[in-house]
Design a binder for this molecule. Structure first.
Ligand SMILES: Cc1cc2nc3c(=O)[nH]c(=O)nc-3n(C[C@H](O)[C@H](O)[C@H](O)COP(=O)(O)O)c2cc1C
Length: 202
């Protein structure tokens, strides 16, 4: 069977060496993210996922927020460790932009009230929808030759991010995806035997 999707799934990797050397326009990238999130599935078609695409000074501001927090929580760490952390954050800042992924808690709570029988499911389903949307965006970027990785500095940065970008209170930050031109390929990846992970039955 000839799948057009499998090569794209393989192409999506965690790329950490990213630069601003991107030729795709901001408008095109924004449209790509919009289309991808629009067509990603969600429980009860609740469309609970939200995103903010940060370019230029907004992207810089995010990574300054992250570094400020890491600096203060690691104040007692050895200088070497602090420098390694700073280099890591500078690496993310060197990327072209960052996509912030959120889940709208008002949407989730409305569903919990509306469908009490499923109430316990709406939080995990919301997380799954966010995972689906962010993986689809990651793959869409890969298709365009744009590298990305998935980071989690939430909840440390949640309040400052909301304030910095004037985002609604109900948006809960779930991940940060720096993206940009690929300056170095992803490393080798090992795989567990797929036949132990996926069974099929007649
Ligand atoms: C739910 C989830 C959370 C992840 N969190 C992080 C993270 O916080 N930082 C990071 O560098 N990579 C993170 N990753 C990336 C994984 O480490 C990576 O996808 C995995 O090692 C396979 O490598 P690949 O992305 O190159 O295929 C995350 C991936 C998933 C699916």
């Amino acid at each position: 069977m000839n799948s057009q999707l499998t090569p794209l799934l393989e192409k999506r990797r965690s790329i950490y060496a990213l630069s601003k050397n991107v030729t795709t326009s901001k408008n095109e990238l924004t449209q790509l993210v919009k289309d991808t999130i629009k067509h990603s599935p969600s429980a009860f078609n609740s469309q609970s996922t939200r995103a903010a695409i940060l370019f230029d000074q907004s992207h810089d501001k995010l990574w300054d927020i992250v570094w400020d927090h890491l600096k203060s929580v690691n104040a007692d760490a050895p200088q070497e460790a602090l420098e390694a952390t700073k280099a890591k954050i500078d690496g993310f800042k060197a990327a072209y932009g960052t996509i912030l992924f959120f889940e709208d808690q008002d949407t989730v709570h409305q569903l919990e009230e509306q469908f009490p029988l499923y109430a316990d499911n709406f939080q995990p389903w919301s997380e799954q929808a966010n995972g689906a949307a962010s993986m689809n965006v990651w793959t869409s970027l890969a298709e365009q030759g744009i590298g990305a990785s998935l980071q989690h500095y939430n909840p440390l940065i949640d309040e400052d991010v909301k304030k910095a970008f004037h985002l609604p209170k109900s948006w809960r930050l779930r991940s940060q995806m720096p993206f940009g031109a690929i300056e170095a390929a992803a490393g080798d990846k090992s795989f567990l035997p797929i036949d132990n992970r996926v069974l099929s039955f007649d």
